[in-house]
Design a protein around this ligand. Structure first.
Ligand code: 5RP
Length: 222
């Protein structure tokens, strides 16, 4: 199976976790896009969605699914999202699509976080994928020096030759060379550096269930 087919497989499998009549939390990325396609097929059975990005909002609306502001609704039954890395305990690296801040907010609003990914995302320890960190632009240099002390090399993410601007109007640093053996401690530490909006380690908001697309079908890790 191709990677795209594996993403479609888990996008479909995630429907089993959608609670009828409820509002669904929806993440961002190519795997979630497959889930949104599936969600469109059962849109009459859900009350709508809370979205983690402008990109997902556009796709949800194109499917005719009502999109609510996070402040308009209470706790969500479930949040479905992809990941860039998944460790054996369900700790994640996210933010490859630059949506990490809203993703963490919607994940925190949900009772259950179901992560969907193809098996290439499984790792023994986080840090091989460049770690996305959303930052306030004026703090980027200082945060880059902070990461140097942890042997991390931070580079500003660009789009069309200019700094990428997130949905929240901020920038993204991608940090290479980290080995994150204590995801909870690492997330807590980096989160309190001035100018960090969100670090792409999801350990406090880790996945409760991971649906992994493999050549043999969907593997469920919980
Ligand atoms: C976006 C994310 C995505 O979930 C992550 O990058 C995985 O994306 P894809 O499903 O395209 O591999 O965190 O900010």
């Amino acid at each position: 199976m191709t990677q795209d087919e594996l993403k479609a497989l888990v996008g479909q499998a995630a429907l089993d976790y959608v609670v009828p009549g409820e509002i669904v939390g929806v993440g961002t990325g190519s795997t979630v896009n497959k889930f949104i396609d599936e969600l469109g097929l059962i849109k009459d059975r859900i009350a709508g969605a809370v979205s983690s990005s402008e990109a997902s909002t556009r796709l949800l609306k194109a499917q005719g699914i009502p999109v609510f502001d996070a402040n308009q609704v209470g706790e969500l039954a479930v949040y479905i999202d992809g990941a860039d890395e998944i460790d054996p305990r369900g700790h994640l690296v996210k933010g490859g699509g630059a949506a990490l801040t809203r993703e963490k907010i919607v994940a925190a609003q949900a009772r259950r976080f179901v992560c969907i990914a193809d098996e290439s995302k499984l790792v023994d320890a986080l840090g091989q994928f460049p770690l996305p960190v959303e930052v306030i632009p004026m703090a980027a240099q200082r945060i880059t020096r902070q990461f140097e002390k942890l042997n991390g090399l931070a580079t500003l993410r660009l789009k069309d030759g200019k700094p990428l601007v997130t949905d929240n109007g901020q920038h993204i640093l991608d940090v290479r060379g980290l080995l994150i053996l204590d995801p909870l401690g690492f997330e807590s530490e980096v989160n309190q550096w001035p100018g960090v909006v969100t670090v792409g380690v999801f350990a406090h908001q880790k996945a409760d269930v991971c649906l992994i697309g493999t050549a043999d079908g969907v593997r469920t890790l919980s």
